[in-house]
Design a protein around this ligand. Structure first.
Ligand code: F0G
Length: 363
């Protein structure tokens, strides 16, 4: 069955107990871990492996959380599910709701969501509400609607989502023979995944499966970095921001899982960094050129790693695992803009097609 083939339900003993009959699985997980010596050298570390969560059924890590939360929704008899999203959550919600036979409503910011993610969400049949506002406004509205109308909320504020996302770490460490890397690096937006990573590491450590905790580095886009700003202030203050970044998946100014994510930083002696859009797009081009590929938000991982090494925070001898959160084809607009857009001439890895007449002479 799908349950047996799922890289999430494989770790069932460490997940909430749900009966087989309510489990909605596509199945997800079992994503590849890539050894990338060329990118390790570029970032400046001894060893880098990349876990490609874009290889999940709808193309992002969200599916790992969605299988658990949608199953829970069925188990409690939910009639309708909803989420706010920058695109990946909405695609995943739409697909899992369609699989479960549940109606879904997704709240998305108008404009700032990639065509591919919007297309997935439309195609899977979710009802789409476009908000004249950003993700944070959509998030506030869907939370209010969920309370008001008794709708089952599938955002990562739902703890069952985080339970499923823990399996990114379980599977990663399993693939590494339960020998943890020195650092785990991932992008941070709404901070659900950061929270899930911390919970997973703590559970494995407390169970004695791993002998030491890797340090966690969370990377934000500089134009959407409230967590980074709070970290810099020693977590003594927190201010939401008006977000802007090319990495639309993490264009979030007021993350709902701020407090849980703080625990991850505290528990793992972690760090938070912020990287420019230019750095994100260059790192993305490098990951793409290595034959792996990812969407812009995912590339914050490599851009952040390189910056933290050059700042002396991550030592050159470190062994690092990076999480790539979404597939290359999630945002082809960003690809076209980098390689063919008005600024392409300034991009070191730009690779525009050459246009010729269909003649041997022209060739
Ligand atoms: N990377 C990608 C590709 C994402 O889609 C997201 C979040 C993140 C990283 C950040 O993860 O929110 O747990 O800190 N996307 C959400 C969405 C917000 O609606 O698809 P996070």
């Amino acid at each position: 069955t799908g349950i047996e083939r799922s890289g999430v339900w494989r770790y069932r003993e460490l997940l909430p107990p749900l009966p087989d009959a309510t489990i909605v699985t596509k199945p997800e997980g079992n994503t590849n871990l890539y050894e990338v010596p060329g990118l390790a050298a570029w970032a400046g570390v001894a060893r880098l492996v990349l876990k490609h969560e874009g290889e999940n059924p709808t193309g992002s890590f969200k599916d790992r959380g969605m299988t658990v939360a949608t199953s829970h929704a069925l188990w409690v008899g939910a009639q309708i599910v909803a989420c706010a999203s920058t695109g990946n959550t909405s695609a995943s919600v739409a697909a899992y709701a369609a699989t479960a036979g549940l109606p879904a409503i997704v709240f998305i910011p108008e404009g700032k969501i990639s065509a591919a993610k919007l297309g997935q969400t439309i195609a899977y049949g979710a009802r789409i509400v476009q908000i004249r506002g950003n993700f944070d406004a959509a998030m506030a509205l869907v939370q209010d609607a969920a309370r008001r109308y008794g709708i089952y909320l599938l955002n990562s504020i739902n703890p069952f989502r985080l339970e499923g996302q823990k399996t990114i770490v379980f599977e990663l460490l399993h693939q590494m023979g339960w020998e943890p890397p020195d650092w785990i690096v991932l992008p941070g937006g709404n901070l659900g995944n950061t929270s899930a990573v911390g919970k997973a590491l703590t559970e494995l450590h407390e169970a004695g499966v791993i002998g030491r905790l890797p340090r966690v580095a969370v990377i934000q886009a500089a134009g959407a970095a409230p967590f980074y700003e709070a970290y810099r202030a020693g977590f003594r203050e927190y201010h939401p921001v008006t977000p802007e970044t090319v990495a639309t998946a993490i264009r979030i100014g007021d993350p709902v899982s701020y407090s849980k994510a703080r625990r991850t930083i505290d528990l793992t002696n972690g760090v938070v960094a912020a990287v420019s859009d230019e750095a994100i797009m260059e790192a993305k081009a490098r990951i793409d050129r290595a034959g792996i590929g990812c969407e812009p938000a995912s590339a914050a991982t490599l851009a952040g790693l390189r910056q933290l090494v050059s700042d002396g925070v991550i030592p050159v001898g470190a062994s690092v695992a990076g999480i790539l959160t979404g597939h290359l084809m999630k945002d082809t607009d960003a690809v076209m803009d980098y390689h063919l857009g008005p600024d392409a001439a300034n991009h070191p890895l730009a690779n525009p097609p050459q246009v010729i007449d269909p003649t041997p002479a022209a060739l």
